[in-house]
Design a protein around this ligand. Sequence first.
Ligand SMILES: [Zn+2]
Ligand SMILES: [Zn+2]
Length: 183
Amino acid sequence: MTQHLDPRSPWVISTHDLGKRPGTMRQVSVTLPAPVDIGVDMIGVPKDAEIELDLRFEAVMEGVLVSGTARTPLAGECSRCLDPVSSEIEVDLQELFFYSDEDASEEDSLLDGELLDLEPTFRDAVVLALPLSPMCRDDCEGLCVECGVKLAEAGVDHRHEKIDARWASLQGLITDKDNDQEK
Ligand SMILES: [Zn+2]
Ligand SMILES: [Zn+2]
């Protein structure tokens, strides 16, 4: 399946200068605009983020091997207290882009002529690296289960007077007993 790439897309990169000569390589440091919609419910790559890439393109027999790292900011909310969270991660990228689908399997990436699209590789690497439960701080205490106040702000002695159901019935018994004695 040959998919035609848009050479104007910032994540579509030309391998023209490698000339399909195995052993030829090129080192590239580039900053690209974040692709849209990378993330899960709680956290993801913010819109308009800039991604810093340090990559090596190497021509091999079957295609072009791309390896390196990508640094991206992340933004989301704390899974405990719902405060905004922002951080940064660095992910490793490695992908062999095949010249021809004869050498490649279904899941492999293919070159479109001299062009390759790094976006899916970046997207997969980031999604795998996202924290499942992002936190504003390692020791975030979260919210009070009773009233929803942020425990870090409410202070250590924040608690609710709450009578356990068993206590309530016991109190009922005592009152009845007192009443009996009065009679
Ligand atoms: Zn928090
Ligand atoms: Zn409370």
